[in-house]
Design a protein around this ligand. Structure first.
Ligand code: OMP
Length: 270
């Protein structure tokens, strides 16, 4: 999906909501556990209930890998349920020597190899240019590079001064020579909204994936105030607050309520 197509979907749905499919088998409502594939059955209902309000879906790969081969099957089925006009993110946080990154890229971008095809994958930047480039060899696919993450530990390394700037700023500046705003996004945690205005001075045009509203307490209003650009430029993710809004048979209805509430707030900012 191109940036233009993504923006078109954002305008038509008046939303920049990404629903995070962090589907934990242990938190799936009891009535679904007898299904042949409980994770896929849960995801299907979540996707159907939220598709009106969401422009992107982000399965976090850990939740599927933890299930072994069954998890990969659930992931494959889940991808089939996501509407074609929605942007898909494999939240895998990969990156290795180039040879190995090439295989990670095939895992998420080459259906002939893995049976999976996402629009994008999250990538850790710390092994440098040659660890990221193999992902960029796939035409029309996106790299979403970790810049300033939402967790407390982001201050351990990402915020350390390097020369005259913070390490995460150096990551953003340097990686801009690897790909443009048409192929690269950056992760900035919603809990770091205070840095967003500054980040926008470095990358005014890029899309940012912003997780951390909902369960982690980030503010959608703050993120939107400092993060929106003329082409929206934001995908704001919520996972647990939508998926587990209810643990009962009404889980999909409650997920839709949560997604709608976020979407309506987003519509007021667009
Ligand atoms: O790359 C991510 O998506 C990510 C980066 C980050 O800085 N913080 C962060 O929470 N995430 C992911 O975003 C999701 C947040 O989930 P909730 O806190 O349940 O909304 C999880 O899948 C995290 O792995």
């Amino acid at each position: 999906m191109t940036a233009k197509e993504l923006y078109h979907t954002i305008l038509s749905k008046k939303s920049y909501l990404c629903v995070g499919l962090d589907t934990d088998i242990r938190r799936i409502p009891a009535h679904l556990r007898a299904e042949p594939d409980p994770v896929a059955a849960f995801n299907r209902q979540i996707i159907e209930a939220t598709a009106e309000y969401a422009v992107a879906y982000k399965p976090n790969i850990a939740f599927y890998e933890a299930q072994g081969p069954r998890g990969w099957e659930s992931l494959q089925r889940t991808l089939e349920y996501i509407p074609k006009n929605c942007f898909t993110i494999a939240d895998a946080k990969r990156g290795d020597i180039g040879n190995t990154s090439g295989l990670y890229a095939r895992t998420f971008f080459d259906p002939a190899s893995s049976g999976l095809e996402f629009d994008s994958v999250t990538v850790a930047p710390y092994m440098g240019r040659d660890s990221v480039e193999p992902f960029l060899e796939f035409a029309d696919k996106w790299v979403i590079l970790l810049a300033l993450t939402s967790n407390a530990g982001s201050s351990d390394f990402q915020q350390l001064p390097v020369s005259d700037e913070k390490l995460y700023e150096k990551v953003i500046r340097t990686s801009q020579t690897w790909a443009g705003a048409d192929r690269m996004m950056y992760v900035v945690g919603a809990t770091r909204a205070d840095e967003l205005a500054h980040i926008r001075t470095i990358i005014p045009d890029h899309f940012l994936l912003v997780p951390g509203v909902g369960a982690q307490g980030g503010s959608l209003a703050e993120v939107s105030r400092y993060g929106l650009n003329s082409q929206c430029g934001l995908l704001v993710n919520a996972s647990r607050s939508i998926l587990y809004a209810s643990g009962n048979t009404d889980f999909a209805l409650r997920a839709a309520d949560e997604a709608r509430t976020l979407q309506q707030e987003m519509a007021s900012f667009l």
